[in-house]
Design a protein around this ligand. Structure first.
Ligand code: FAD
Length: 288
């Protein structure tokens, strides 16, 4: 069994890569090419996002189990409470445990369909990510991570509330947090410092090297993560030129990463979009 080691005591920043479950065989091939190339830099862990519906959730479980079985990598399984009874969640957690997955990112998830739609729990399910942290904790010896939102969660009234939620998540048993993708180091540092006053919860920033401006603009809107004006301007200047966009995306991610690491970020969690080139370039630039 491979657990994520404690993040507070380590001398080196932790490096991790996030993937999403592929839709079809071609997507699966692209993902496994990326996994094999990224394996070479020996990340501390890799994670697979949890799909919104039944078949995509099955693919998340399958890919995560295959990573545990067939690679040298340590998997972190994302899990959400969306549309699931407690019994169904127990079953998924049990499957992870049986295949040697010891690390879970416990999330509430979002209602399917309309972004920003009203959250309603499953009638026999859980209402908050904190409840899922408690459930996972009660079922075995897992290392549990949670989500954090430097730009404030879209349904949250303010940063103070988000800090309280992270304190609750830590008290329920989470030992680290990963943020939504960061494009403004100051918002990350503000949240990190506010939580640090309350609990020793390492918060690792999510970093996405932009390779496709339209895609990231759409994601930032969906996630409520505004893109800073300076970032938009740099990417707009190379609009329509994919190679130049990737180069600028890598530069932006490298600068952000350097700043956050120099300010003491415990690691970097790369959102890879199942590709490896841009992530490897940022990794190389940082000489980690
Ligand atoms: P919660 O902590 O439950 O928070 C949701 C809302 O409820 C917040 O506004 C919070 O302030 C409020 N809240 C929480 N607890 C309480 C309480 N006790 N009292 C009052 N209000 C409360 N989604 C997926 O579907 N699959 C994924 O794999 C996935 N991976 C992610 C990975 C990362 C690193 C991040 C940052 C997000 C990820 N998401 C994923 C998205 C996430 O599920 C959504 O952003 C979701 O809206 C919030 O999830 P949460 O775990 O923070 O929920």
């Amino acid at each position: 069994t491979r657990s994520i080691p404690g993040m507070l005591s380590r001398p080196q920043p932790s490096i991790s890569f996030e993937f999403f479950p592929p839709k079809d065989d071609a997507g699966e091939q692209v993902l496994w090419d990326a996994i094999r190339r990224l394996e070479s830099v020996r990340p501390d862990f890799v994670s697979v996002t949890y799909g919104a519906g039944g078949t995509s959730q099955d693919r998340t479980v399958r890919v995560t189990e295959r990573i545990a079985r067939e690679t040298t990598l340590t998997p972190l399984a994302h899990l959400t409470a969306v549309g699931a009874s407690v019994a169904a969640l127990r079953q998924v957690i049990g499957m992870y445990a049986a295949s040697g997955v010891r690390n879970v990112l416990a999330l509430r998830g979002d209602p399917p369909g309309d972004p920003g739609g009203e959250w309603t729990p499953h009638p026999e399910g859980l209402n908050h990510a904190t409840d899922l942290v408690s459930l996972v904790r009660s079922l075995g010896d897992f290392t549990i991570g949670v989500a954090a939102f430097p730009d404030v969660h879209p349904a949250s009234p303010d940063l103070d509330h988000d800090v309280e939620i992270l304190v609750k998540k830590a008290d329920a048993g989470a030992t680290f947090a990963i943020t939504q993708m960061v494009f403004d180091a100051d918002t990350y540092l503000r949240l990190r410092d506010r939580v640090a006053e309350r609990r020793p919860l390492p918060i690792t920033p999510g970093l996405m090297p932009v390779t496709n401006f339209k895609q990231v603009a759409r994601m930032s809107q969906l996630m409520g993560t505004p893109l800073p004006r300076a970032v938009v301007e740099r990417l707009e200047r190379v609009a329509g030129d994919p190679a130049a966009t990737r180069e600028v995306g890598v530069q932006i991610a490298t600068e952000l990463a350097e700043r956050m690491l120099s300010e003491g970020a415990p690691g970097l969690h790369f959102i890879t979009m199942n590709r490896s080139t841009a992530t490897l370039e940022v990794h190389r630039n940082l000489s980690l």
